[in-house]
Design a protein around this ligand. Structure first.
Ligand code: PPS
Length: 570
């Protein structure tokens, strides 16, 4: 572990042991109790070990935590806005006490660090959410994580690092604060302005960062977040390929791209102060804060959690104390008459301002529509088109739901044949009976088992859709919540079309092709859907088909038309 003093950036404390010390600690750690780090803890520990969270020396103890939550300061009054805590299961906390050593391991069991426990406590998470994020609304991703995903007990203590978490991708773009400080020094970069991003960068971002570098007479560090960002964001692989194209747009030797292994909390103003501290640790002298920095989106009433410039305001108050300068920028917009980008604050009456929102940009990608040159660069758009192919090239799932005997399988089979006839995609059938024979043979019909069955179908369908195929699922799937989960999983990377086969129970029972209804009425089959078990009809399916009124041919034709209308088939 070392303390580095560089020309700028101030004191930096990293928490990594020398190779020899690490080897000896590894041997001792075999007898320590182990905690497997969660994904977020994995990112946090990387930033603790490499010094990006300096002056923190480990996961916060109780007094630092309480002081940070309340006052944005560590117990010794050093400015630090974000709690960095190790949350563990109650059961695990029972195995340790103050003074204990805990081996912190990654998901594969690799020893990353050893923690010397100082405190164990149960936090008031609602109060934490209220103070840190200004809300307890779980629409806020930081609050949702805190209240719904993190474990109930916090453990504080210093850490000694054995090795940094391993990454196998984009290795040449990963640098520790020490690496970057050394690079800046070697390149003679005396002033460095950092730009943080979790989105692809287009011309407006290039213009903004270029201007920021010019006005602050500094070199530019583009530092995209590759840890956790806002749920639904574009994956970092695609983004980084885009940034690699974009850096070519700056004058040579002026700009550098480096990845930031940070787990964001989307905490707006507090998060901006935190990011500035991190940038100072990486050796930067300036930090760009634009509109809606680290913005969590809308709350459950549709209102903004924070004002667009709240982050700038809070960091503005603290920049002198931190010793890093904020470069505040308004939004950049394209003015048609001038054929250039200007800050939105400089727009003159009569100018035609062009803009494409994120949602509109996605729509254009999905539908394979034109994206104008004034908005982005050809290479960047091409890269994104690979990640977001137009709908006709995307995979999809047709998910039938309905009672036993409603006609799901018959329509599903007719649809499969028609899709095969049309060609262009591999088609996979996940019929209820078929799945229960091959994938879920050990499951019964309790709610728990039915949910598990549907989750498995959803998992397979999502993989098929992600890889461009067509999955046809035809289980009963009686529970709305489970169907919703499947929709969310599939829709991340493909189309989802829910078809409610709404044939009334009397008709299903009258058909009783498998003789199951008779057995259910006689009590021979228990928990039978529609008779002795619930069926929750979908509220907003893409299609409702009652087989009383139409033939399988007509029904499958209606689904084809729907797929065509949605753009999945030509
Ligand atoms: S679920 O609820 O989605 O997991 O059900 P699924 O996997 O589609 O299985 C339904 C088929 O299993 C037969 N079967 C039963 N259905 C409902 N309730 C009970 N108790 C039951 N026991 C056996 C039935 O043949 C279903 O097939 P389909 O094709 O729907 O008629």
């Amino acid at each position: 572990m070392s303390t580095i003093i560089a020309p700028h950036g101030g004191v930096l404390k990293d928490r990594l042991l020398s190779e020899k010390e690490a080897d000896s600690l590894k041997a001792k750690a075999a007898s320590y109790v182990s905690w497997d780090l969660t994904e977020r803890q994995g990112w946090d520990i990387e930033m603790l070990l490499n010094g990006a969270f300096s002056p923190l020396e480990g996961f916060m103890n109780r007094s630092d935590y309480e002081s940070v939550v309340r006052d944005m300061r560590l117990a010794d009054k050093t400015l630090w806005p974000m709690p960095i805590t190790l949350d563990v299961k109650e059961e695990f906390s029972g195995k340790i006490s103050a003074g204990a050593k805990v081996a912190l391991r990654d998901a594969e069991g690799v020893l990353i660090a050893v923690m010397t426990v100082s405190d164990i406590w149960k936090p008031d998470k609602k109060a934490e959410a209220e103070h840190v994020f200004g809300t307890t609304d779980v629409k806020h991703p930081g609050v949702d994580y805190l209240l719904n995903k993190s474990h109930p007990v916090y453990v504080g203590g210093t850490i000694e690092g054995v090795e940094l978490p391993r990454h196998y991708d984009f290795k040449q773009l990963r640098h520790t604060p020490r690496d970057l400080r050394e690079k800046f020094q070697k390149n003679g970069w005396r002033r460095v302005v950092a730009f943080q991003t979790r989105n692809p960068m287009h011309r407006a971002h290039q213009e903004l960062t270029f201007r920021a570098a010019k006005t602050s007479e500094a070199n530019l560090l583009i530092q995209p977040v590759v840890g956790m960002t806002k749920p639904g964001d574009i994956d970092h692989y695609s983004r980084i390929r885009c940034y690699e194209h974009l850096v070519k747009q700056y004058p040579e030797q002026t700009t550098m791209l480096s990845l930031l292994p940070l787990a964001m909390r989307m905490g707006g103003p507090r998060e901006a102060v935190w990011h500035a501290i991190i940038r100072k640790n990486y050796g930067c002298t300036h930090f760009i804060v634009g509109r809606n920095h680290a913005d969590p989106g809308k709350d459950s009433k549709g209102n903004d959690f924070y004002g667009p410039y709240d982050a700038q305001e809070l960091l503005g108050k603290h920049q002198d104390e931190l010793g890093i300068k904020m470069v505040a920028f308004p939004e950049m917009v394209y003015v048609q008459e001038k054929a250039e980008y200007v800050p939105s604050t400089e727009i003159q009456p009569g100018w035609t301002v062009l803009n494409i929102s994120g949602t509109e940009f996605r729509r254009r990608l999905m539908e394979g529509l034109d994206i104008p040159d004034w908005f982005s660069y050809k290479d960047v758009v091409e890269e994104l088109r690979k990640t977001y192919p137009p709908r006709k090239k995307q995979g999809f799932t047709v998910f039938f739901t309905g009672l036993s005997g409603s006609g799901k399988s018959t329509i599903a089979n007719a649809l499969m044949v028609k899709l095969l006839e049309a060609g262009g995609r591999n088609v996979t059938m996940l019929d209820g009976d078929l799945v229960r024979k091959n994938l879920s043979s050990e499951l019964g019909f309790s709610r728990e088992h039915r949910d598990l069955n549907i989750q498995r179908i959803g998992f397979v369908a999502a993989e098929i859709s992600k890889n461009g195929g067509a999955a046809i699922c035809a289980p009963i799937a009686p529970y709305a919540q489970t169907r919703k989960q499947v929709r969310e999983t599939v829709a991340r990377n493909g189309g989802f079309i829910e078809v409610h086969v709404s044939t009334p129970i009397e008709v299903c029972e009258e058909r009783d092709r498998k003789g199951l209804y008779a057995k259910a009425r006689a009590g021979i089959i228990k928990e039978f859907t529609g008779i002795s078990d619930p069926y929750e009809a979908p509220e907003n399916p893409e299609l409702v088909i009652d087989t009383k009124d139409c033939t399988p041919d007509e029904a499958s034709q209606r689904i084809l038309l729907k797929l065509e209308q949605m753009g999945f088939i030509k």
